[in-house]
Design a protein around this ligand. Sequence first.
Ligand code: SF4
Length: 202
Amino acid sequence: MNTEEIVTAYRELLEEVSTEADRLGDLYKVHMVCRKGCSDCCSDISLLPLEWFALNEAHKQKPSPNTPEQAAMQPADRSDDRTVEAAAGKCPLLHEDSCTLYPFRPLICRTHGLPLLYLIEEYDSKGQRTGTEEPEWQISWCDLNFTEVTEDNMEEIFDPEDVLNMEEWNTRLKELNRAFLDTPEGRDFNGENRIPIAEILS
Ligand code: SF4
């Protein structure tokens, strides 16, 4: 696959995640307090090279602002705000608690607020799994949404079919990222090392 095909496949994956996230948001709507203006999950994260490249392309293609109000929404023109947000550990793409690249937000941003299923495994510095015990599945959830959920009752509230299986999504994302690293654009990145979102604006 060339870079364009990989980015297209990546964006299709994001749409799949959003579709499943919408289904779960509807299913758990009595619990959900997520709303426009809540940015508690928007911390200063770093991304895989493919995610960073696609988000940077979207940032570069954003239309130029026509009005002072639109100009104020451009993260690249908000160095003072960025300094404040960075100091607070917030994502530099935030403006007044909204994402300035929302349609292009990365995978993890589409899962905010929902119950997430992870496989807990430990690795040494060479990437080899440590320990002999079988890896364990673990569900995490947003305390703002699921205020009554505890470790003791979570199995009654979360059906295994109705949580976001992050292993599945992340495996597909990593495969696309590996293919991207073999392209001319991907070879400009430092292997699989993650890159802070803030570098898009630097
Ligand atoms: S990219 Fe957008 S949704 Fe994701 S953390 Fe930053 S502001 Fe939030």
